[in-house]
Design a protein around this ligand. Structure first.
Ligand SMILES: [Zn+2]
Length: 243
């Protein structure tokens, strides 16, 4: 077995991501047109990527694996224990700055996997609370897109006590869906009602973030955009926000 395949087998032994997706009818359907496996880059892109990776301290001890262009709809993501998966097309279509910011974003997800208590403390200090899946009606859970970066530990969080963002497939089970056909619905824990718009308090704090589905995504986006590239900078940031 190639080492790339081996890394994916080890990752799946830890998180059972592919099995979980296969067991969810809508997640299986959304991924049915994609191939999830190791791939490679053209030499110029491989060199470009290696140069960028070697200059980012946060990527120390992280393996960056190239996947087939269609894997997870071409979305970069992470797998356990310290693996960043970049679909091949994403690398070739991104400039150096985009690649660097994406790699830092994904490095935040690896750091979250390795330091869950630090990140949960950050989320709680910033106004979030973890929510047990048993508090989300199964009819909503089964329509949520499984995100490899957030499903493994505490996939559901409430903002401002009551409001849980849910990444739900737009068409439910009707018709063909892809991983991109997702909208964030906000469930009010008091009534289990869904709202398309985020609560005002969320917009006041975050504006309109690109990935509001989970606080781990929100802070990965914010910290990468702020230019955090080293463990020292990230450690300081987490400390500042939680004390
Ligand atoms: Zn992310």
């Amino acid at each position: 077995m190639s080492s790339a395949k081996q890394l994916l087998v080890l990752a799946d032994a830890h998180d059972h991501y592919l099995k979980r997706c296969a067991a969810s009818p809508i997640n299986a359907s959304a991924r049915s047109g994609y191939i999830y496996g190791p791939s490679f880059l053209q030499d110029a892109d491989a060199l470009r990527l290696t140069t960028i990776v070697n200059n980012i301290d946060l990527l120390r001890d992280i393996d960056v694996l190239i996947l087939t262009a269609s894997a997870d709809n071409g979305y970069p993501h992470t797998r356990p224990k310290a693996l960043i998966c970049l679909p091949a097309g994403f690398v070739s279509s991104s400039n150096d700055e985009e690649l660097k910011e994406t790699l830092c974003h994904e490095a935040m997800h690896v750091h979250q996997r390795q330091n869950p208590s630090l990140w949960k403390a950050l989320c709680i200090a910033e106004g979030w609370a973890p929510v047990s899946q048993s508090n989300i009606p199964p009819r909503f859970v089964e329509k949520c897109r499984i995100n490899p970066d957030t499903f493994y530990d505490t996939p559901f969080w409430a903002w401002d006590t009551h409001y849980v963002p849910l990444p739900m497939f737009k068409n439910g089970f009707a018709g063909k869906v892809t991983l991109g056909d997702v909208t964030i619905e906000w469930m009010d824990l008091r009534s289990n009602a869904l709202f398309h718009a985020p609560p005002d308090s969320f917009t006041e704090k975050y504006g309109s973030p690109s990935q509001p589905e989970h606080p781990f995504e929100i802070y990965a986006v914010i910290f990468a955009a702020e230019g955090i590239t080293t463990h020292a900078q990230l450690g300081l940031k987490l400390k500042q926000l939680t004390t």
